[in-house]
Design a protein around this ligand. Structure first.
Ligand code: FMN
Length: 391
């Protein structure tokens, strides 16, 4: 079914009421302008006047409502083509959306239309939970950073899966979808594996890859799962279940582990050895940091939670370099502090195979996606995983 093309440009806001394409209800935007119709530098001051979480919710609600209408042309952009095969998956380019922006997986098609090669949604927990009390997201504008202590607020696995199933256009256009799983706050850490196993079973049939998130600083004791014995037990259980699911469903879904930046070199080496021992398919480095030295003295710097954005770049690259030294062939998805194409190139130089964005999107807007994808397109491959990838 060929979707109806978008009009070249909307003359006014709000756009006319959506007209579903005959038979499909979907739209494509192949004649859209290179830049979104509402330039982000104009929208940003209005958004930044709002409470950060409110601004986020408003934007996400709008994308959810409009993503399957012609109005998606307001933010949709052509995707930079730079195909690369990693962990057996063909990524249309090396730039992905990081987990946490779309925790319930409501906007895969809409966000994917910004030009991402892959979109990771979640973290989802088995049961719905409200997260921590508000306010729980803070902008550190001078540092181009955020601090959040959301605490895995999400609608639970059933609602998440219904949303993921409803996504269609991104996957149909070759986009890769990652589903990120975690544990409920009320589940004792000793029983964490039960939540991850429930998450894995639920998301498995719908995921191109699964991310095991053991690195959020906002769920009590979660990062203990990165410890040697705890990680060994958790990954042992998950890999065994993954093999059963692969046999039953005749499809082997790659599994990645997402780690924190607040690890010393010996901890990174131990994690690397555990990943290899269990045959994990890749590692996502990194989540947010609890360190504050890079933002000391700035407003909100002392808020509890995880710091993301520009101040995270070097700390996250340090982890990637160490991982790459320990794991010459394992795919590494580099995330943390990318606000420009040059930042993304530095991630590849540190050893990343693919990259993801979150806070950079808040400060730079959708235009960051093609900028990063284009910057990475022609760089010399920085590691064995990229060198060996089919292009
Ligand atoms: C508000 C917010 C919520 C996040 N929620 C999650 C989450 O649910 N799961 C997860 O794995 N990472 C989550 N992250 C971490 C991001 O995916 C990313 O690893 C981190 O922000 C570093 O990248 P950045 O500097 O580009 O933002 C969150 C980050 C932010 C800022």
């Amino acid at each position: 079914m060929t979707p109806e093309p978008c009009p070249p440009q909307w003359p006014s806001w709000p756009p006319p009421a959506p007209r579903p394409a005959a038979g499909s209800g979907r739209w494509r935007c192949d004649n859209r302008p290179m830049l979104p119709a509402v330039p982000y530098p104009i929208a940003r001051p209005f958004l930044f006047r709002l409470d950060p979480e409110r601004a986020h919710d408003l934007m996400l609600d709008a994308v959810a409502r409009l993503q399957h209408t012609p109005a998606r042309c307001l933010w949709a952009q052509p995707r930079v083509a730079d195909p690369v095969t990693v962990a057996g998956l063909r990524f249309p380019n090396r730039v992905g959306l990081a987990a946490g922006l779309d925790k319930n997986g409501r906007c895969i098609d809409g966000l994917g239309a910004m030009g991402f090669g892959f979109v990771e949604v979640g973290t989802v927990t088995p049961r719905p939970q409200p997260g921590n009390p508000k306010p729980r997201v803070f902008r550190l504008v001078q540092a181009e950073a955020l601090i959040n202590r959301l605490g895995f607020n999400n609608d639970g696995l059933d609602a998440f899966l219904a949303n993921v199933r409803a996504a269609s256009s991104f996957r149909a256009a070759g986009g890769v979808i990652g589903l990120n799983i975690g544990k409920n706050a009320a589940t004792p850490i000793e029983q964490a594996a039960d939540d991850y196993l429930a998450g894995l079973e639920g998301v498995y049939p719908h995921a191109d890859y699964v991310t095991v998130n053991i690195s959020s600083p906002n769920t009590q004791n979660l990062r203990e799962l990165q410890g040697d014995a705890a990680l060994d037990a958790l990954l042992g259980a998950l890999v065994a279940r993954r093999e059963e699911l692969a046999r039953a469903q005749r499809r082997r879904v790659p599994m990645f582990v997402k780690i924190a930046p607040d690890l010393d070199e010996s901890q990174v080496d131990l994690i690397a050895a555990t990943l290899v021992r269990h045959g994990l398919d890749g590692v996502i480095a990194t989540n947010t940091t609890v360190a504050r030295d890079a933002v000391a003295g700035l407003p909100h710097a002392q808020e509890a939670g995880g710091l993301s954005g520009r101040p995270l770049l070097q700390a996250s690259n340090r982890i990637i370099r160490r991982l790459r030294a320990a794991l010459p062939a394992l795919p590494i998805i580099g995330v943390g502090g990318i606000l420009s194409g040059a930042d993304a190139r530095a991630k590849l130089e540190a050893g990343a195979t693919l990259v993801q964005l979150y806070t950079g999107l808040i400060y730079r807007g959708p235009e960051l996606v093609p900028e990063v994808a284009a910057a990475l397109r022609d760089v010399a491959p920085g590691d064995a995983a990229v060198r060996d990838a089919a292009r």
